[in-house]
Design a protein around this ligand. Structure first.
Ligand code: ZN
Length: 442
């Protein structure tokens, strides 16, 4: 059964409300009267500011529906576990660089790690955690998350960046995505980027929907989208400790919800009265749930049904939430295959861990280099220090980097500073092995 379509359009009054919220800001906010999610608003805002009259989300939904119908016909119901590398960019206004404490956006590593733990509990429905549930349609989505251990330049990382930004302490969830991405962004086809900062308008978080058409770099709007692709979360709603005050939003579900949008999920009420989220196993709802966990009922399509207030894609308080449904899981996995940037991320994450080999083996690609990045698959025995140098044919060294203790894996190196020509990539490891490969920059 396919639910009927609806319009996601917004009235002029809505935009006046948005402007008012932006103007008022959030000084002294208690996070008790919050705007849970700015994702739909941000989506419309982005289209309007680009003068774009298309509705890419609607097109994406149709493509996902067609894909799922085909899969169903082929009776493909297996889902492979996919682990997503995450980078958390902390943007703060703390000149001393002091970490932690209430009211400080420069949150602790412990707080950040609590959020990654919660994402796994919720998406994997881990027994004995708040993410567990016994609802017949509640599933383990087979999607996991880990803080990235390799930075874009191949160096080791804890998956956390910290940036002091003096020009602004509070960011607008619609208008500042580009600003935040300009401050710092890791390749969005390799990492799920999460920016953590103070948000204006009492907003807790915002996400960018997946793009199902085109490839990054094809045109300006695609390039911009590629840069800002990720989620932005207010530091007071990120994880379950540290700077998170005790309120309705203190169990890390803001990020669970926003990452759901990043995987292409819609709100369960379809952002319209009895609107469609394209998931048959989330009951119709007249609207969002808000500040309590009391049961709510809707009258949609001539029948009375109980709202699934436990769904992560509702606006319920964190403590009520513990369900992703089977249809939601299907849609997320479909997006991971259909969205070029998401598919690339999954492919890169898989490649990032390679089978080890007895002897040093190196593969350089693409060759000639594309997009000013050269990818190198390095396989060796165990866990070793590796030195990578780029020299020209005259033996001049252009670049040297050392990676401490790495497993066999893919390393991507930026080569934007190299002029056209043929170069040598020299790789040596602590066992004394050495490999020299050629590559071409056009
Ligand atoms: Zn939302």
């Amino acid at each position: 059964m396919i639910k009927a379509k609806h319009s996601l359009g917004k009235s002029p009054l809505f935009w006046i409300a948005v402007l008012l919220i932006q103007t008022l800001g959030l000084s002294g906010q208690s996070l008790d009267s919050v705007n849970r999610c700015a994702t739909m608003e941000s989506y419309w805002f982005g289209l309007r500011s680009r003068g774009d009259s298309s509705h890419p989300l609607e097109i994406a939904n149709q493509r996902i529906n067609a894909y799922l119908a085909e899969k169903k016909a082929l009776r493909q119901t297996e889902f492979e576990v996919i682990n997503i590398p995450v980078v958390v960019h902390v943007i703060h206004n703390e000149p001393s660089g002091a970490i932690g404490g209430s009211g400080n956006a420069n949150i602790t590593e412990e707080q950040i790690r609590s959020q990654i733990r919660i994402l796994n509990e919720d998406y994997r429905k881990i027994p004995g955690t708040p993410g567990d549930n016994d609802n017949p349609v509640g599933v383990d989505t087979k999607i996991g998350f880990y803080l990235a251990d390799v930075a874009p330049d191949g160096s080791q990382t804890n998956g956390i960046t910290r940036t002091y930004y003096s020009a602004k302490s509070v960011f607008n969830p619609y208008a500042d995505a580009q600003l935040l991405a300009g401050i710092i962004s890791w390749p969005t086809d390799q990492y799920l980027n999460i920016w953590v900062c103070a948000l204006s308008g009492n907003y807790l978080g915002v996400a960018q929907f997946p793009s199902l058409s085109g490839f990054p770099g094809l045109d300006d709007s695609q390039a911009e989208e590629a840069l800002t692709d990720g989620v932005i979360i207010d530091y007071r709603a990120f994880g379950d400790r540290g700077a998170v005050p005790s309120n309705n939003y203190d169990m890390g579900r803001t990020t669970t919800h926003e990452v759901g949008h990043w995987f292409g999920l819609l709100h369960i009420w379809g952002d319209a009265r009895c609107g469609d989220d394209y998931c048959d196993d989330t009951p119709w709802a007249e609207g969002s749930n808000t500040t309590s966990c009391n049961e709510r009922f809707s009258n949609c399509r001539g029948s009375r049904t109980r709202n699934m207030i436990e769904n992560y894609m509702d606006y319920s308080p964190d403590r009520c939430m513990n369900i992703f449904t089977f249809n939601q899981m299907e849609r997320m996995h479909a997006v991971l295959e259909l969205s070029p940037r998401r598919a690339k991320l999954v492919e890169n994450a898989r490649k990032a861990k390679l089978e080890e080999s007895e002897k040093l083996q190196v593969q350089v690609f693409p060759n000639p280099v594309v997009d000013k990045m050269v990818n190198v698959e390095i396989r060796h025995k165990g866990y070793q220090d590796v030195t990578i140098s780029i020299t020209d044919l005259q033996g001049h060294v252009h670049e040297t980097s050392r990676i401490e203790k790495m497993w066999s894996r893919l390393v991507s190196l930026p080569v934007s500073n190299l002029s056209r020509g043929v170069y040598l990539l020299v790789i040596s490891n602590e066992s004394g092995e050495k490999n020299v490969s050629r590559f071409v920059v056009n």
